[in-house]
Design a protein around this ligand. Structure first.
Ligand SMILES: [Zn+2]
Length: 579
């Protein structure tokens, strides 16, 4: 007689994601689903996976990624797959590749090159461009082999450009006819199973205007009116599985200047977000909540407002930055995160040679010193690796400290001298997005906060925050004991799955698709980040691996065993939050 089950995960400690205490149990899998959790005999499994001494938990769900292109060359979205993630949402922040006419492709690739540091060649070699409409894009995603499950937002930037044309989308609000057409196309995408829409809405002067389009202009979505956003939100009201992801300045002014007008602006944004939640009748995921020791009330009042809004029935969730240090970067590699300062924005655009020439140009120096990036201050950047002997004393120092030691009045002069001397190769690191570690637990433990922000697939040469799941277990549970392991699994699986409208993924329950991780809690290790030359065409990215994950299982099939990819591609496109 054939065994009852395909797999039995035997003898592990089950944490099911639902915030109930762990329990010792076996997990039986049949036809890609969890058939039974309890006492299961080894002889009932065609295959037995020994989980003795291991935690058995639901695979992690990462709702903030940019693997839109990566799915076509890295089916496991490896920066996430290595860290126990079994489902990802793509199309975040309003960026993506559909809908797109042939003539839009160049623009969309330029944008993703500049904003998310996805090399142009990688896109040229990987994207099959078999689509124009969003449903056709979803069909392409459906067809390509996947090692993790995928759901996709409709990114509003391509949609606005598709309907209005690039110039008009950057110049004026949509007309009634254009708005109606966008809503029609959004509805078509939702009917095909898209999970909602996403948009970066960091208008110039908002205090969060950290990344601009490839030519230095704001995105169409940065300029989109509230009226257009509300019309698009209303489309979602008809769907059970819809949600919105948006980056919007709702924490208040970072600089602390002019608190009254900042307060008014903040309140207007919050009112608008509640309006969006009301007309869409959908969850809204707000990116990205960080702490700033200069203005600790900003994140506190933002989180308090969201709690109050949820108590009034609005499904507004904070996506908090709970992991990672800063961005590691060089000016030679296309650094783009100083876009909030015009002089820096201009100096960091163009080819590598053009950028280095601009940053080295003495005639530009006064402007670069007068107009400084505010979101990620340059003065606090750490010099990881100088290449010119003269600048070796700056190694591992903040620019501001190195400047003092080396006799510079202004740290910007030191930075620009180094850049000129080594042709932009100096390896630098921004301060962590949360400047004071002591404040981060407020984000980690805030009611219904989502942990991250991963940004997996984006900023590939600067960031490895895709590893936030491993980091979260190690840092917040094992080392700092701020949350229980049960809560960590709830926050990184069940809660995001709930926000995304999944019917039964994100938790270990009988009948659910078998997305399961088996790992060694005591020995879970985050390895140092490293450079991997594994992108299509041979270009490199920054990666970070883990040790301690014994098995990662997607829809009942093992995709990683002891950190090694099995090459299995059981992932599915989750249309309508299912599949
Ligand atoms: Zn993003």
């Amino acid at each position: 007689m054939a065994p009852l089950y395909d797999k039995v995960i035997k003898g592990g400690m089950v944490i099911d994601g639902q915030m109930v205490p762990r329990r010792r149990a076996d997990v039986a899998i049949k036809d890609g689903r969890i058939a039974r959790i309890g006492k299961v005999s080894s002889t009932d499994g065609a295959e037995v996976l020994d989980a003795g001494g291991m935690i058995v938990a639901p695979g992690f769900v990462d709702l903030h990624t940019h693997y839109d292109c990566a799915f076509f060359y890295d089916p496991w979205c490896s920066l996430s797959g290595w860290h126990g993630v079994t489902s990802v949402a793509i199309g975040n922040c309003g960026f993506g590749f559909a809908p797109a006419r042939e003539g839009d492709r160049d623009y969309l690739m330029r944008t993703l090159t500049r904003v998310e540091a996805i090399p142009r060649e990688v896109m040229e070699l990987s994207l099959p461009w078999t689509w124009e409409s969003f449903p056709e894009w979803m069909d392409a995603l459906d067809r390509t082999p996947k090692g993790v499950n995928c759901l996709t937002y409709v990114p509003l930037n391509p949609l606005l450009v598709y309907v209005m044309g690039l110039d008009a989308a950057k110049d004026r609000d949509a007309t009634d006819e254009e708005r109606a057409e966008m809503c029609r196309l959004l509805k078509e995408a939702m009917d095909a199973g898209a999970c909602g829409w996403s948009a970066q809405r960091t208008a110039p002067g908002s205090g969060y205007d950290v990344q601009r389009d490839h030519d230095g202009t704001p995105f169409a979505t940065d300029l989109m009116s509230n009226e257009t956003a509300l019309a698009l939100a209303a489309v979602l009201a008809d769907y059970d599985h819809a949600f919105i992801q948006t980056l919007i300045a709702q924490q208040g002014d970072r600089t602390g200047k002019d608190p009254k007008s900042a307060d008014n602006a903040k309140n207007a944004v919050r009112q608008h977000l509640e309006d969006l939640a009301r007309v869409s009748d959908s969850a809204i995921i707000l990116n990205a909540i960080t702490t700033d020791s200069r203005t600790p009330n900003n994140h506190r009042t933002a989180l308090a407002w969201m709690k109050d809004a949820r108590d009034r029935g609005f499904k507004i969730y904070p996506q908090c930055v709970t992991s990672g240090g800063g961005f590691t970067f060089t000016f030679a590699d296309g650094w783009n995160m100083y876009d909030d300062a015009e002089s820096w924005r201009d100096a960091t655009m163009g080819t590598t040679e053009e950028r280095i020439a601009k940053l080295s140009d003495p005639a530009r120096r006064a402007a670069l010193k007068a107009d400084r990036p505010k979101v990620l201050p340059v003065e606090n950047v750490v010099v990881l690796k100088p290449y010119t002997e003269k600048f070796l004393p700056a190694k591992n120092c903040r620019l501001v400290d190195a400047a003092q030691v080396m006799g510079y009045d202004d740290p910007i002069d030191l930075l620009l001298d180094m850049v000129a001397a080594d042709q932009g190769r100096t390896l630098l690191q921004t301060p962590a997005l949360n400047d004071d570690e002591a404040l981060v637990p407020e984000l980690v433990t805030s009611p219904f906060s989502l942990w991250g922000v991963s940004d997996g697939g984006a900023h590939q040469k600067f960031l490895t925050a895709g590893a936030f799941t491993t980091d979260g277990i190690i840092k917040w549970v094992r080392e700092q004991e701020i949350v229980s392991l049960e809560e960590a699994h709830y926050r990184m699986s069940t809660l995001p799955a709930h926000c995304a409208g999944f019917k039964n993924r994100g938790k270990l329950v009988e009948g659910a698709p078998a997305d399961v991780i088996v790992y060694d809690y005591e020995n879970l290790t985050l390895l140092p980040d490293e450079v991997a030359h594994d992108l299509p065409g041979g270009d490199w990215r920054r990666v970070q691996r883990a040790e301690g994950y014994r098995y990662t299982i997607v829809n009942g099939e093992v995709t990683f065993e002891d950190g090694k990819c099995t090459e299995a591609t059981p992932g599915r496109l989750l249309r309508h939050g299912e599949g």
